[in-house]
Write a protein that binds this ligand. Structure first.
Ligand code: NAD
Ligand code: DAU
Length: 344
C-alpha cells in the first residue's frame, strides 16, 4: 500500500488535493501534516479525515523530531505547506523564510534520510517575477520580487540542489493563481466575492490592470497528481490554464455574478513591488496528458456559488484575527480613496 504525505493539507489547495486522492479507488494511506496556522482550517477536510486511510498530524514541517516520526515509510511527499500571502510577506517576512525555506530544507533532509521515492515541491509562477509580453517557460531565470516569492524561490533552489547533489528524486510544479472553494478570504477572488456579498468595498490595487493567469483549483490538483506520477525526476513543470485576466475585469465579473452595487469598486494605493503580469507556457505539462476542465467563466461561476452557499465557513474565518489584519491592510487606503473621490 502506498503511503502518501501531504504537508499543508488543511490549506486551500492541499485540502482539495487530499479530496481528489480520496475519490480514487486505489489502496493508500494518506498522512496530512499541517501546522494549522491562521490559513489552515480543519473544516476544509470535514467528512474526509475520519476515514481509516487518513491520518491527520498537527505539526510543523520545521520540526526534525516530528518528521522523524512522520516520514519513515512514506513513499511520496507532496509539499504544499507554506506561508502564501504576498501582502502578509510585505508586512512581515520572517515566517515566510522560516517555513518556505527552512521548512522545505528540513523536509528535504528527512526525505533523503528515509529514502522517499518521490518528493513533489508545490511551487509558484511568482518565482519568475513579472513579464510584459510572452509566457514564462521552465527554463526562464528565477527573478522573485516579493519576500513570499523570494522564499519560494529559495525552496525551489534547495529542491534542485538536493536532486543534483544527493540524487533525491524530486520534481517541482510551478502553478499560476488558483481560485475556487475554501480559499482564504485574504486572497483577491474570495475577498472580492465575500466583500461583495457583505456590501463592503472591493479594494483594487493601483490601476487594476495587473494580469494573472487563473486556474481552477481542481485543475491544478489534477496537474500536480499527473506530474507526481508521470513527471520526470529533476524537472520543473509549469501549471497554467491560459486564462489571463486583468484584476478589474474579474472585479466587474464578481459584481455581475453577485448582483452587488458597482460603486463598491474602490481603487486604492498599489501593493509595493506589485508584479504587473504573470503568464505561463504549460506545453511541458500538456505533454504528460493534462488538459484543463474549467474555463475561467465556468470556474468563477462555481466559486461564487460556493461562497454564496457556504457563508458560515467564510464568516467564521473573517471574524477571527482577520479583522485586525484587514484594518491594518486596507483601513487607511480605503479612507484615502474615499476622500479623493469626494474631492472630485
Ligand atoms: P494556504 O495558505 O491556503 O495553505 C497553506 C497551508 O500550510 C495551511 O494549511 C497552513 O496551516 C500550512 N502551514 C503553514 N506553515 C506550516 C508549517 N510550518 N508546517 C506545516 N504546515 C504549515 O495556501 P495554498 O493557497 O493552499 O497554497 C498551497 C501551496 O501552493 C503553497 O506552497 C503555495 O506557495 C503554492 N501555490 C499557491 C498558489 C495559489 O494561487 N494559492 C499558486 C501557486 C502555488
Ligand atoms: O501566482 C501564484 C500566486 O498567486 C501564489 O503563489 C500565491 O500564494 C497567491 O497568493 C497568489 O499571489 P498573488 O499576489 O497574485 O494573489 P492575490 O490574490 O494576493 O492577488 C491577486 C491580484 O489581485 C494581484 O494583482 C493583487 C490584486 N489584489 C489583491 C488583493 C488581496 C487587489 O487588487 N486587491 C486585493 O485586495
Amino acid at each position: 500500500m502506498k503511503k502518501i504525505l501531504v504537508t499543508g493539507g488543511a490549506g486551500f489547495i492541499g485540502s482539495c488535493f487530499v479530496k481528489m486522492l480520496l475519490k480514487r479507488k486505489s489502496r493508500k494511506h494518506i498522512v496530512i501534516l499541517d501546522k494549522l496556522t491562521y490559513a489552515g482550517n480543519i473544516k476544509n477536510l470535514e467528512g474526509y479525515i475520519d476515514r481509516d486511510c487518513v491520518e491527520f498530524v498537527k505539526g510543523d514541517i520545521c520540526s526534525t523530531r516530528l518528521l522523524d516520526n512522520v516520514v519513515p515509510g512514506v513513499d511520496i511527499i507532496y509539499n504544499f505547506a507554506a506561508e502564501t500571502h504576498v501582502d502578509r510577506s510585505i508586512l512581515k517576512g520572517a515566517s515566510f523564510v522560516r517555513t518556505d525555506v527552512m521548512g522545505t530544507y528540513t523536509l528535504l533532509q528527512k526525505a533523503l534520510e528515509y529514502k522517499v521515492s518521490r518528493f513533489v515541491q508545490v511551487s509558484t509562477d511568482e518565482v519568475y517575477g513579472s513579464l510584459d509580453k510572452g509566457k514564462f517557460s521552465e527554463n526562464d531565470p528565477i527573478e522573485p520580487n516579493s519576500p513570499y516569492s523570494a522564499s519560494k524561490s529559495g525552496a525551489d533552489l534547495l529542491v534542485r540542489a538536493f536532486y543534483k547533489t544527493y540524487g533525491l528524486p524530486a520534481i517541482i510544479t510551478r502553478s499560476s493563481n488558483n481560485y475556487g472553494p475554501f480559499q482564504h478570504p485574504e486572497k483577491f477572488i474570495p475577498l472580492f466575492i465575500t466583500n461583495a456579498l457583505e456590501g463592503k468595498p472591493l479594494p483594487i490595487y493601483g490601476d487594476g490592470k495587473n494580469v494573472r493567469d487563473w486556474i481552477y483549483v481542481e485543475d491544478n490538483c489534477r496537474a500536480i497528481d499527473i506530474v507526481g506520477r508521470r513527471g520526470k525526476i529533476g524537472q520543473v513543470y509549469n501549471i497554467g490554464a491560459a486564462e489571463e485576466k486583468e484584476n478589474v475585469y474579474i472585479a466587474r465579473k464578481i459584481i455581475k455574478f453577485t448582483g452587488a452595487d458597482k460603486n463598491l469598486l474602490t481603487f486604492i494605493t498599489d501593493r509595493p513591488g506589485h508584479d504587473r503580469r504573470y503568464a505561463l507556457c504549460a506545453r511541458k505539462l500538456k505533454s504528460l496528458g493534462w488538459k484543463k476542465e474549467y474555463t475561467f467563466n465556468k470556474g468563477l461561476g462555481k466559486t461564487v456559488k460556493w461562497y454564496q452557499e457556504n457563508k458560515e465557513w467564510w464568516q467564521e474565518v473573517k471574524r477571527g484575527s482577520f479583522k485586525k489584519y484587514y484594518r491594518k491592510m486596507y483601513g487607511k487606503r480605503i479612507a484615502a480613496s474615499r476622500e479623493e473621490k469626494a474631492k472630485k
